[in-house]
Design a protein around this ligand. Structure first.
Ligand code: HEC
Ligand code: HEC
Length: 297
């Protein structure tokens, strides 16, 4: 414990650590003198000098109206515009061919197909992979795009329509909009009926439901409530986006609890409409890319 040092000329040494103190003391607690290393300090000063230079050369400070433009008027926007122009010139001729060809022709012409796959793949990685996964494999609530099971249809045109207009998208009047009713929440079906129909739905894709379950009851509930959208045979309907229930590919999970929950809450997933955000050739390349993932019809 050093002596009170406020009036001493050389600050005292801390007996515990052997270091000098700064001479500042609060209620017997003293501050050790541990200056920053010189290399750190000079780097810090150099950064300040650099920053001041930067203010003069580049756009830096916001003003009441506008901002300081910097000595040479450099603009990130201008840089992007020139990059885009370069890219456009590079892709221009191919994009023009894509724009004028039909989707089917793009797939039939090897040169266009290769370009569409590359461009579509790049656009997919940026715009679609966050929801559908980098390989289009999907996840709960986000459909797998490389399985041959389509909610809204797997032909080139159907895929292109879904991409352009989305599903249940708020900002596109042409979006796919039908929804599954909330059978439990809206008290259309009671808990027993939901349990029965869930067993029956599982049996449609060959799941083992033989442990004493009477499928006849579930089948009746199904015919009365579900067949109108999912079809009497459970194969679904693209018109209303009701998935095929016989395939073992599930959007929301395969367990009885998953299915019962879906019947309880109903509703439907939201896929953004891309028609206003991406240009027409890009939508085409995306449709071809998705179609070529393996599940295309
Ligand atoms: C915000 C998440 C999200 C993004 C981003 C997204 N999607 Fe989707 N997409 C969905 C959902 C959810 C569905 C299922 C809609 C439904 O349940 O009816 C879907 C459905 C689809 C379908 C229809 C699948 C079928 O079985 O009929 C296609 C095709 C598709 N998306 C392609 C794309 C492409 C291409 C992109 C990128 C341009 C994209 N999606 C971006 C969420 C997304
Ligand atoms: C008005 C049409 C409609 C009716 C009636 C309807 N569904 Fe659906 N169902 C849908 C739609 C649309 C979806 C897809 C939801 C989505 O894309 O997010 C769906 C999805 C499902 C799913 C999820 C499938 C998956 O892949 O995970 C199950 C299970 C299901 N329905 C079962 C039923 C059962 C059981 C009934 C009757 C009690 C029923 N549905 C009645 C339209 C309907």
């Amino acid at each position: 414990m050093p002596e009170a040092a406020n009036d001493a000329k050389t600050p005292p040494t801390d007996s515990h650590s052997g270091m000098t103190t700064t001479g500042h003391e609060w209620d017997g607690i003293c501050e050790l003198n541990t200056p920053l290393p010189a290399w750190w300090l000079y780097t810090f000063y150099a950064c300040i000098v650099w920053a001041v230079g930067y203010w003069f050369v580049y756009p830096a400070w916001p003003l009441l109206t506008g901002y300081t433009h910097g000595a040479f008027g450099w603009q990130s926007r201008a840089a992007v515009v020139s990059d885009l122009a370069e890219l456009g010139a590079l892709r221009g001729p191919m994009n023009a061919k894509i724009a004028s060809a039909s989707l089917a022709d793009i797939e039939k012409t090897p040169e266009l197909l290769a370009f569409a796959r590359a461009e579509g793949g790049a656009a997919f990685a940026i715009n679609c992979a966050p929801c559908h996964g980098s390989g289009g494999q999907g996840s709960t609530g986000y459909p797998n795009l490389n399985a041959d099971r389509w909610i809204w249809g797997g032909s080139l045109d159907e895929i292109a329509t879904t991409i352009a207009h989305g599903a249940r998208s708020q900002d596109d009047p042409k979006t796919h909009s039908s929804m599954m009713p909330s059978f439990g929440r809206d008290e259309i079906l009671n808990a027993d009926q939901i349990s029965d129909v869930a067993d029956y739905v599982r049996s449609l894709s060959g799941a083992d439901t033989t442990n004493g379950v009477d499928l006849a009851k579930g089948k009746k509930v199904y015919s009365d409530n579900c067949a109108v959208c999912h079809g009497e045979d459970g194969k679904g309907s693209k018109q209303v986006g009701a998935p095929n229930l016989t395939t073992q590919v599930w959007l929301y999970g395969s367990t009885k609890a998953d299915i019962a929950h879906r019947v309880d809450v109903g509703g439907g997933g939201t896929m953004p409409a891309w028609g206003a955000k991406l240009d027409a050739p890009t939508i085409k390349t995306l449709a071809v890319f998705v179609h070529s993932l393996g599940g295309g019809q």
